[in-house]
Design a protein around this ligand. Structure first.
Ligand code: CTP
Length: 413
């Protein structure tokens, strides 16, 4: 099958020109270049995807160096892996040397040797991700589909390429469900059986790799679908017995999506995922997934704050009280609790802190207090604190109000 026309329509002009230039340079060196993986899958599905992966039969790094010398591209080369990134003004291209992979033991990182396009296709996770399109002049646009990926796309199937696939690399268990739910596909029957059989192989995977796959899941449009399905298949308990994918998670994820800036959304989902965890379970999960210090703090704070919520469940709480109850917590933890709490009063107080109280500052600072005759030291600290509380509670509004209060305090304190 030839997809030359589809490529021309699918890729932006500028990107197409870059790719063709790379292919021409490769030809001069006797190398062949292919589009491979996700972009081929998405091109056939008609979904936009301009994160292009190119595979090169022969040394991809040398080719990328040559391309960088003759263009504006910035080069980032990884000689050890035979891969290179070319960064242009509007696009980034990933080039990789076609390779053969062998797994010494389940879960180990594969041993890599240079190989052919065929080798590079069979090392991949699923048939729908194991297709390539030639960019070489003599068969430009030809689809290389040795594992019937196109047919699986048409039949909406996620299929592994050999029975040892999940045990070689159990991250594929998580990947399979991510693609299944993203695309609305199904696991092919034998793939489903092997996936269930190999769930225990997740124990062979490092925390960093599992966390990375979870992060990819949480970047999906509707991660709750993936989480729910992973729970139903018994995958989640293998990561932590307390991880759930129930209706509660689905509802809270949906709510979270509607309020949060996308950059922080994955972290907020993590906080929601551990909302029903005990302290012991969360410590285990943080260690298992090697979660960063910052996110760990937010997740632990989420649970710590949860136990303090009754203090916020009083409509009469003054803004300054709310401020002092919450100021030590990570904003993400406060946001997670605002989403999770069933009490409208608690929700209101948490939102008030997030949207207003945490930004309230006094108009006067230490320098200005000095000018009013208040010397630096504990007394000034006390004055500033009282001013801040008064500002939070709306007892002072203007600079003049604050000056008056500061002067009267300086006489009293
Ligand atoms: N791949 C694999 N096994 C993995 C990870 C990746 O075989 N454990 C292969 C797949 O062929 C995949 C390609 O590497 O298509 C690129 O991986 P990645 O960038 O993670 O995925 P994309 O296919 O680009 O998909 P996405 O849309 O999720 O980015």
């Amino acid at each position: 099958m030839n997809l030359a026309q589809q490529i021309e329509q699918y890729l932006p002009q500028q990107l197409l020109a870059l790719v063709q230039d790379i292919s021409a340079q490769a030809a001069k060196r006797g190398q062949r270049v292919y589009l491979i993986g996700g972009v081929v899958r998405d091109l056939l599905l008609g979904y936009p995807n301009f994160d292009l992966d190119l595979v090169v039969e022969g040394d991809a790094v040398k080719l990328a160096q040559r391309v960088a010398e003759t263009s504006q591209a910035k080069l980032l080369a990884h000689h050890r892996f035979g891969t290179a990134k070319l960064r242009y003004e509007n696009f980034t291209l990933d080039l990789a040397t076609a390779r053969r992979e062998t797994y010494a033991r389940p879960g180990a990182l594969p041993a890599v040797t240079p190989g052919t396009l065929k080798d590079d296709l069979i090392r991949r996770d699923f048939s729908i991700n194991a297709m390539a399109i030639s960019l070489a002049a003599n068969n430009y646009g030809e689809l290389v589909d040795s594992h019937h990926g196109k047919s699986d796309l048409e039949h909406h199937l996620i299929r592994i390429l050999h029975p040892g696939s999940f045990s070689d690399d159990a991250t594929r268990i998580l990947r399979a469900i991510r693609y299944e739910q993203r695309l609305g596909f199904e696991l092919e029957a034998q793939t489903a059986q092997l996936l269930k059989r190999d769930i225990p192989m997740l124990d062979t995977i490092s925390g960093d790799r599992i966390r990375h796959e979870l992060e990819l899941i949480l970047k999906e449009k509707q991660p709750e679908l993936v989480i729910k399905r992973l729970a139903a298949l018994g995958v989640l308990p293998r990561i932590s017995p307390s991880l759930k994918g129930d209706g509660w998670i689905a509802e809270k994820f949906d709510k979270a999506r509607r309020l949060k800036k996308p950059t922080q959304l994955a972290s907020l989902y993590f906080c929601l995922l551990v909302y029903s965890f005990s302290e012991r379970r969360i410590e285990q999960l943080l260690a298992r997934l090697n979660i960063s210090a910052k996110l760990s703090r937010a997740m632990l704070d989420t649970l710590r704050l949860k136990t303090s919520l009754p203090l916020l469940d009083k409509p009469s709480r003054k803004p300054s009280e709310i401020y002092y109850l919450l100021r030590e917590y990570e904003p993400l933890a406060i946001q997670a609790n605002a989403l999770a709490s069933e009490s409208p009063t608690v929700h209101h107080h948490l939102q008030l802190f997030l949207t207003k109280l945490r930004y309230v500052r006094t108009a006067l600072d230490g320098e200005e207090l000095k000018r009013l005759g208040i010397s630096a030291g504990p007394k000034m600290g006390k004055v500033l604190q009282i001013l801040h509380k008064a500002k939070l509670d709306g007892e002072v509004r203007t600079r003049t109000d604050e000056k008056k209060l500061a002067l009267s305090l300086s006489l009293k304190l």
